[in-house]
Design a protein around this ligand. Structure first.
Ligand code: ADP
Ligand code: ZN
Length: 709
C-alpha cells in the first residue's frame, strides 16, 4: 500500500519527497500498527495521517482540540482536492447532523472532531455506522496528566476506538512529549513503544537570539520597520503591556492587531482574522494567543518580556516558520522581568510547585545569559544530547567587538551609592548628566561629586547603559512600588577595580527574508484569490511555494506543476492566475533574476556541512599555536564560535591543548569550584570563580577532567 503514498504526496500536496520521519510514520500506519509520531511544530505531522487517510478505504477520524485549526486544516484539504469536513461546537445542530449523515455515506476521506464529541453516546452510535480505518489523535499529549495541557475528554478515545466494529488503527501525534508523557500516550492508546517515530526537536529554519542591555522599544520598532512586509508575533507579559505596545505601534503607523484574554470574543476573533488574512502584519498578544494558529508564514516571533519557562518559550517561538523558510525568534531580555516573574511565582501558595517554577525560571534566565549556541541550549533542556552548535543563532554568529567601559561603569555605580541606593534609573541618569531638574536640586544631589560627570551623554543613553549594567548583574533592582537600584557585591568589586567591564556593540536589526519584486506580485495575486475564496492566504499557497515560484519562474502549466506545493488541484484552480502574473512580470522586467533560493532544506544541509568541517579548520590553527583571538580574526568568526569549535573537537576526542586555553593559575580554582558545585550545571561553578574564568574555560576543564579519568 505504501507505493501509493509518494504519488499522493505529489498529486495532492505538490511535494516531491517526504520529510524526516514522515515516510516511517506512514509506513507504520499502513502496516496496521498503532503508532506514535513525535515531531517539532512545522515538522509536517498532518501529512502522516492525511496520506494514509487517502490510501485506506473509508473515513479517517482526526481528533483535534483546537477549533480554529480544524477549519483551516479542512479548508487546506479541500483546496488540495481532498474531501474533508469537521464537526465541533461552532456548528448548529442541523449543520452537524447533515455532516454526520454525509459522513455515513462515505462522502469524506477525513472527518475532524473535537474530543468532547466522544462523550456523547449518540455520536459513538453514529461512528459505528461509518467505515473508519484510522483514528488520528492530534496534540496527543493532552491525554496525559503530566503534559502541560491535560484534557479529560481525551481519556474517552480508547473507549471509542474499542467500540468501533473494525478496530481502527490509532496514530498519536504531538510536538512536545517528555518520556513520561510518551509513556502515558502509549499505555492509554495501546501503542507498542516500538512503533515510535521521533525526529529531533531542532528547528533547522529558526534562528534564535537574545537581546540584552538595549532599548527594547527602539529595537522593536526598528525590527518591525525593517521587516514590515512580513508577519510576526510580539509576545508581551500582561494585557496592559499588550495594550500599551499596541497603541505605541499604531502611532508609528504599523498595521497591528492585538489579542488578550481581557477582550470580548467578537473583537478577539476579528483581530485574529486580520492577522491570519495578512491584513495586519504584526500581532501583539499575551501567551493566550497562538494555540491552534496554523498560519505558516510567520517570519518572526519576538518576546518583549521574559517567558516563565523554556517550555512556553519554545512553544511560542516555534510558531515562526512552519513553512520551513528562515525565520527568527528573538527574546528581548531585561533583568527587571526576572524580578517580576519571581514576584509572581512567590505569590503562589503551593510550596513545592513554587520551587519547581523558580527552577524553571532560573533555566530561562540561564538561556538569556549563555554564551553558547542557543538552539543547543534548548535541545539540551529537552533532553537531547547528541547535538552540535547550530551555526545560525545570535550566539553562533556573534562577531561584535567589545569596548572597555570600566570607567563609565564606575561613575554610574559610585553615583548610585552616593545617592543612597534608593532611587530609580531616570533620576540617577539625571544626576549623572547634571540635570537642573527640581528634584535633583531639592535633594541636594547637585552637590555630589558625581553630579554631571557624564554630561556629554543623554539621559536616554545613560539609561540604556544602566540597563546593560543590570544585565551584567553589576546593578541590582529592589522591587517595590517604584523599583530602586542598588550596587550588589559584584558591582562593588568593579568599583574597587577588581574587575573590568566590557560592553559589546549593540545588535543591529536585520531583514529576516530577502525582498523580491516578483514575490510581492505573487503575494498580491494570492491575497486576491484568498479573499474571493474566503480563506486565509496561507491556505492557498505557503510562502515557501511562492518563493519556489520566484526561483523557478514557471511560465507554463508543466513548469508550474514543478513548483513545490503545487498539486494537480491547485494547478487547475490557480495555475492560470499565477502563470499570467509571472509572464506579465517578466515582460516588464526582462532581466529579472531571483535571489531567492528554492529548497530551504538542501541549503541548510550545506551550511551544516561547512559547519561540520569548520571546527577542524579551527583546530588546525589552534594546533599551530594561534590564540583564540587570532583564530577568530583570521577566520572572521566570533570568539564564541571558535570556542564552540574547540569544545566540539574535544567532544570528538581530537587533540585540543587545554593548557593553552586555561591559564594554569586557574586550574586549582576550577578544581575547587567543581568539587563544591558539582559538574551538573555550569552556572553554579561559574559563580564560585573570578569573572575572567569564562564558561568556555569551565567547559574545557570539565572535558579535560573527564578525559583524565
Ligand atoms: P505540524 O503539524 O507538524 O506542525 P504541518 O503538518 O502543519 O506541521 O506542516 C508544516 C508545513 O510543512 C506545511 O506548510 C506543510 O504543507 C509543509 N510540508 C509537510 N510535508 C512536507 C514535505 N514532504 N515537503 C514539503 N513541505 C511539506
Ligand atoms: Zn547556535
Amino acid at each position: 500500500m505504501f507505493q501509493q503514498a509518494l504519488p499522493i504526496l505529489e498529486t495532492y500536496f505538490g511535494y516531491k519527497s517526504f520529510r524526516k520521519g514522515q515516510e516511517q510514520a506512514i509506513r507504520s500506519v499502513l502496516e496496521g500498527n498503532n503508532t506514535i509520531c513525535v515531531m517539532p511544530t512545522g515538522g509536517g505531522k498532518s501529512i502522516c495521517y492525511q496520506i494514509p487517510a487517502m490510501v485506506l478505504p473509508g473515513t479517517t477520524i482526526v481528533i483535534s482540540p483546537l477549533i480554529s485549526l480544524m477549519k483551516d486544516q479542512v479548508d487546506a484539504l479541500i483546496q488540495a482536492g481532498i474531501p474533508a469536513t469537521f464537526i465541533n461546537s461552532s456548528l448548529s445542530y442541523n449543520e452537524a447532523n447533515e455532516r454526520i449523515r454525509e459522513s455515513k455515506q462515505g462522502k469524506y476521506k477525513l472527518l475532524y472532531i473535537a474530543p468532547e464529541r466522544m462523550e456523547s453516546q449518540e455520536f459513538i452510535e453514529d461512528l459505528k455506522q461509518m467505515e473508519i480505518p484510522l483514528v488520528a489523535v492530534d496534540e496527543a499529549h493532552c491525554i496525559s496528566q503530566w503534559g502541560h495541557d491535560f484534557r479529560p475528554s481525551y481519556r474517552h478515545i480508547q473507549q471509542m476506538v474499542n467500540n468501533l466494529p473494525q478496530k481502527p488503527i490509532v496514530l498519536a501525534l504531538t510536538a512536545t512529549a517528555t518520556p513520561k508523557v510518551r509513556e502515558d500516550i502509549c499505555t492509554l492508546l495501546k501503542i507498542d513503544e516500538e512503533n515510535t517515530v521521533m525526529t529531533g526537536f531542532e528547528r533547522e529554519n529558526l534562528s534564535f537570539s537574545v537581546i540584552k542591555g538595549q532599548d527594547r522599544f527602539k529595537f522593536l520598532i526598528d525590527y518591525i520597520k525593517k521587516n514590515e512586509k512580513e508577519a510576526g508575533i510580539i509576545y508581551a507579559a500582561t494585557r496592559k503591556n499588550v495594550n500599551q505596545l499596541y497603541e505605541k505601534l499604531k502611532r508609528e503607523n504599523i498595521e497591528v492587531a492585538r489579542y488578550h484574554a481581557g477582550m470580548g470574543d467578537v473583537e478577539r476573533a476579528q483581530e485574529q482574522d486580520r492577522f491570519l488574512e495578512d491584513k495586519a502584519s504584526v500581532m501583539v498578544a499575551t501567551s493566550a494567543f497562538g494555540m491552534g494558529i496554523d498560519k505558516s508564514n510567520i517570519r518572526y516571533v519576538l518576546h518583549f518580556q521574559l517567558p516563565k519557562n523554556m517550555e512556553s518559550y519554545y512553544q511560542e517561538a516555534g510558531r515562526a516558520g512552519r513553512d520551513g523558510l528562515d525565520s527568527e525568534c528573538i527574546l528581548l531580555h531585561s533583568s527587571q522581568d526576572v524580578q517580576i516573574q519571581r514576584f509572581l511565582i512567590d505569590q503562589s501558595s503551593d510550596r513545592s510547585r513554587m520551587t519547581r517554577e523558580l527552577e524553571k525560571l532560573q533555566q530561562m534566565v540561564d538561556y538569556c545569559h549563555t554564551e553558547n549556541c542557543l538552539q543547543e541550549f534548548i535541545l539540551h533542556y529537552f533532553g537531547e544530547t547528541e547535538t552540535e552548535p547550530c551555526g545560525r543563532c545570535g550566539n553562533c554568529l556573534d562577531s561584535r567587538s567589545s569596548v572597555d567601559v570600566t570607567k563609565e561603569a564606575q561613575m554610574v555605580l559610585s553615583c548610585i551609592i552616593r545617592m543612597g541606593q534608593r532611587f530609580g534609573k531616570t533620576l540617577i541618569a539625571q544626576v549623572l548628566t547634571g540635570s537642573k531638574n527640581k528634584k535633583v536640586t531639592d535633594m541636594g544631589f547637585n552637590t555630589l561629586s558625581t553630579f554631571g560627570i557624564m554630561k556629554d551623554q543623554s539621559v536616554k543613553d545613560i539609561g540604556d547603559f544602566i540597563e546593560f549594567l543590570i544585565s551584567q548583574d553589576l546593578i541590582a533592582i529592589e522591587q517595590g512600588t517604584f523599583p530602586t537600584l542598588y550596587v550588589p557585591p559584584k558591582g562593588k568589586e568593579v568599583l574597587l577595580g577588581k574587575h573590568q567591564v566590557h560592553r559589546r556593540e549593540i545588535v543591529t536589526v536585520k531583514q529576516v527574508s530577502k525582498s523580491d519584486p516578483l514575490f510581492e506580485v505573487l503575494r498580491e495575486v494570492r491575497r486576491k484569490i484568498a479573499e474571493a475564496e474566503k480563506v486565509p492566504p496561507f491556505v492557498i499557497f505557503s510562502d515557501a511555494a511562492l518563493k519556489d515560484m520566484c526561483a523557478k519562474v514557471p511560465k507554463s502549466s508543466d513548469a508550474f506543476l514543478q513548483v513545490s506545493g503545487v498539486g494537480e488541484m491547485k494547478l487547475q484552480k490557480y495555475g492560470l492566475d499565477f502563470i499570467q502574473a509571472i509572464r506579465e512580470f517578466c515582460e516588464m522586467n526582462p532581466e529579472y533574476q531571483s535571489e531567492l533560493t528554492t529548497e530551504a532544506k538542501p541549503a541548510k544541509k550545506s551550511l551544516k556541512k561547512t559547519l561540520g568541517d569548520s571546527h577542524l579548520e579551527t583546530l588546525k590553527l589552534h594546533q599551530n599555536n594561534l590564540s583564540l583571538k587570532e583564530i577568530a580574526k583570521q577566520r572572521d568568526l566570533s570568539i564564541s564560535t571558535i570556542e564552540n569549535h574547540l569544545i566540539q573537537c574535544a567532544q570528538q576526542g581530537l587533540g585540543v591543548e587545554f593548557s593553552t586555553i586555561i591559564p594554569p593559575e586557574y586550574v586549582p580554582l576550577l578544581e575547587k569550584a567543581v568539587e563544591e558545585a558539582g559538574r551538573e550545571r555550569l552556572k553554579p561553578i561559574k559563580e564560585l570563580l573570578p569573572d575572567e574564568v569564562s564558561y568556555f574555560m569551565i567547559k574545557g576543564y570539565l572535558y579535560f577532567m573527564s578525559k583524565e579519568k
